[in-house]
Each structure stands twice: as C-alpha cells, then as structure tokens.
Design a binder for this molecule. Sequence first.
Ligand code: AHM
Ligand code: MG
Length: 335
Amino acid sequence: MSTKISLTRYLVEQQRVDGLIPSQLRLLLEVVARACKGISQAVNKGALGGVLGTAGTENVQGEVQKKLDIIANEVLIEANEWGGHLAAMASEEMDTIYVVPNRYPQGEYLLLFDPLDGSSNIDVNVSIGTIFSVLKKPEGLAGVTEADFLQPGARQVAAGYCVYGPQTTLVLTVGDGVAMFTLDREQGSFVLTQENVRIPQDTQEFAINMSNMRHWDAPVKRYIDECLQGVTGPRGKDFNMRWIASMVADVHRILTRGGIFMYPWDQREPNKPGKLRLMYEANPMSWLVEQAGGAATNGRQRILDITPTKLHERVSVMLGSRNEVQRVTSYHATL
Ligand code: AHM
Ligand code: MG
C-alpha cells in the first residue's frame, strides 16, 4: 500500500531533509492550511450556511464585499494572529495592515492574502479560492509598518493558493518547485497528490476576458488576434479559450495542463496599471508559475522584480506557458 504524505509530513521533511524552511515558517503554513479548511467548509455550506450574497460594505478598492469575502478574511486573521510566527498581515479586504496585537508574541513573518478570490463566482457555485504570500519582515527595525511589506515578489519565502472547486486543493511553493495537496475530508487533512508540477512551454489555450478586447493595448490585441486566426494564420495552429473569472481556477488549470492567462492594462481605467493586485494575486501566482517552469510578466518586465510603492498596488498580468508569455512580452517591446 502506498503511503499517503500529509501536508504536515511534507513540511516537516522540507524542514528536516532539505533545510528549506525554518520551523516558524512551517507552523505558519500549517495554520494557513487550517484556515483554508475552515473557509472550504463555509464555501461548501453555501445557502445552507447563510454565507451567500453581499455584505452591504465596500473594500478599500470600492468593490462590493460578499459575505464570504468577510468570513474568509476573519477566518485567516483569527487562525494566524495568536501563533507567534507573524508580525503583521495584509489583505485585499482590509484598508491597512493588521499588526498582531500586543497580547500575542510577535514573529518575523508577514502574511498577505486575497481571502476569497473570484468573488463574482461565489453565488453561482463556480470555483473560487484563497491566495497567499509570505514575506520576511526586514531585520533591525522595531515594530512593523506598511513599508515593511513593500518588497518585490522575488523576496517571497512561501506562496500558494487553495482552490475550492469539485475538490479542495492547496498548491504551495517554498522555492523548491510546486506541490499540490488534495483535502481528504474523511481524514480532515491535506494529502500530497502531485509534486514537481511542470507547465508545458507551449500551449494552444489562452485565458482572457474577451469582452474587454476593444479596450486593450495594441500588443495584446495583436497576440490574441493572431491566436484567433488559427491554423491558417501566423501561428499555424488553432487555439482554445477558457475564462473562469476566478484567477485561482484559471491558474490551477494552467499549472495542470498549460496555457496563458492575461489580465492586461486597458483603457477603461488608463491611470491604473491593471485590475489585479500585485501583492495578493500577481506575486504569489507568478512565483508558483515560475517555480513550475513558466513565466510571468506585466508585458514589459518580470512581475517578481517589481518593487511595490503601495499595499494595494495593481498590475497588468501575463503568465503561464513560457514561450507564449515571452511572445506577448516581446510584442510590447516592438509596438
Ligand atoms: P476579486 O479578487 O475581487 O475576486 O477579483 C479578481 C478576479 C480574478 O480572480 C479574475 O481573474 C478576475 O477578477 C475576473 O475579472 P472579470 O470579472 O473582469 O473578468
Ligand atoms: Mg482576487
């Protein structure tokens, strides 16, 4: 009988055998996974748990908050604040950082999350997820401020997401490749179901919200237009399209079978670099994709090299199969 490897065992081995993660980081990741289990329960209850619908509030970005956005945010904070491994947290759903209260010990890590990504899919029973990113608090300073969070994604020490779909799957990197864990509801634990995840370099599948086509920049228009011309066009092959409108679910598909995902800058909001958030969405997903052999840019530079100037900074995102991301990025250099 093959041995099932739990997330706990996987993390212990990463710590013991490979020396990749300190014990505090291991604890932190266990707690995040536990919180995701709680969120998964709430998601599964749906209408029976009274968790669907809007909460009647807006977040700092002016987006209407769903009940589950708020529930997921609270679950993550309550699970993480007392463990002693964190200095502070930041969330897409909170205006400012949440410093661990004085009554608890302060740790050296910073946790960032989008508690419930794909909010527009909550009420329609389509996959949604939690995205998280872990940074180290810069050394030598007492206390913690928003400035401590403004580090490029290349400095992440762990990143991942949990997708709540037909299965609940936690996907994680600590800088040693990407591993996937499926929630075993009978055992109540995440079980390793795939290691060394690799994204094929080439793909014939793209993910973009096509309804925004008229607002895109010329390089993105050119790239998609060439894909749409199919086998008789310059690409010489047909392309398929998928758009779930949950980044977690779209990225999960790309990590599973390849593809390119784009949420580019568009003319509707010319002063914003894009819709998606750099620190809660683009950075963790970009690191996962790179760790699986893919690429991630904003059309002009590697996303992980961008130094954020504010917590809720937005960014244009192109990520997935390496050759396709390089192609659309090269179009930005020439047009
Ligand atoms: P959210 O964090 O408020 O849910 O917004 C982010 C989501 C992404 O998951 C998804 O890729 C995108 O917004 C979909 O946007 P659109 O509805 O414009 O297609
Ligand atoms: Mg989101």
